[in-house]
Design a protein around this ligand. Structure first.
Ligand SMILES: Nc1ncnc2c1ncn2[C@@H]1O[C@H](COP(=O)(O)OP(=O)(O)O)[C@@H](O)[C@H]1O
Ligand SMILES: [Mg+2]
Length: 245
């Protein structure tokens, strides 16, 4: 009993510490595309705590994708600081940024971007081929395949579909495979760039609820971007890109 209480206490301590950790910290950021002086992205001070679900909204062209690309180190800024998991992403080489992204970030894209010539299991396991740490964190009883199967099952994909090509499944099923692929190996951060913009209202709501349910299980931090402000109600925190200036 005492032992159980101590473990519980330690778990709470760990979880509180984890919650206090900042996953994303941006300050005095300024970014401008080369050869374009008409548009500039500015972020004065923006922090996201570990485990938070954040909704970032703004109209088309307001810089949402640009900001995500800076956060994930796809592009780098000249001015200001972006710390991801307490690491200054700008100070890493291009190769180190690629590896950091593969190890710590799960992506969900607008068109889901599944590989049509791979089956569902191989689509889900794609991030593991680029990241040893995600591979190790995914394994169930030493098996990656089992990990992919469990994730797909928890997202209500029937076992009979596991071997089907991604090109042979419905859009609703593609959404769920995309969630599984982003979450395999429990990355600390999930980045979703307008994944609901081509969905009708009902599919959109189902998608977000499924995503957030899975994210809660893996304790990941979510940055979900959209122009559709109706989605704000699903998230812990909502912020417009204009407010970040
Ligand atoms: N690769 C690029 N080169 C130059 N300008 C770009 C590039 N990508 C986006 N932009 C410009 O940056 C601004 C913000 O675009 P973007 O981040 O895609 O906005 P959003 O995702 O909110 O629609 C727009 O004016 C867009 O034209
Ligand atoms: Mg965009």
């Amino acid at each position: 009993m005492v032992c159980y209480k101590v473990t519980l206490f330690e778990n709470n301590l760990y979880q509180n510490k984890f919650k206090m950790m900042k996953t994303i910290e941006i300050s005095s950021l300024e970014f401008q595309w080369q050869y374009s002086d008409s548009w500039r992205l500015k972020v004065t001070d923006f922090k996201i705590q570990a485990g938070e679900n954040v909704f970032l909204y703004g109209p088309s062209g307001s810089g949402k994708t640009t900001l995500l690309d800076l956060i994930t180190g796809i592009h780098t800024q000249e001015n200001g600081s972006i710390k991801i998991l307490e690491k200054e992403i700008n100070r890493l080489s291009a190769k180190e940024r690629d590896q950091f992204r593969a190890d710590h970030i799960g992506f969900i894209f607008q068109q889901f971007n599944l590989l049509p010539y791979l089956n569902l299991i191989d689509n889900v396991l794609l991030p593991c081929y680029f990241s040893k740490s995600r591979q190790q964190k995914s394994m169930i009883d030493g098996s990656l395949k089992k990990a992919a199967q469990e994730l797909l099952s928890s997202l209500s994909i029937e076992e009979s579909l596991f071997g089907s090509l991604a090109s042979q499944i419905s859009v609703g099923q593609q959404q769920r495979v995309a969630i599984a692929r982003a979450l395999i190996g429990k990355p600390e951060i999930i980045i979703a760039d307008e994944p609901t913009s081509s969905l009708d209202k009902d599919s959109r709501d189902v998608f977000i609820k499924l995503l957030l349910k899975q994210v809660e299980k893996s304790n990941s931090t979510v940055v979900f971007v959209s122009h559709d402000t109706e989605l704000a109600k699903y998230f812990d925190k909502s912020i417009s890109i204009a407010e970040l200036q």
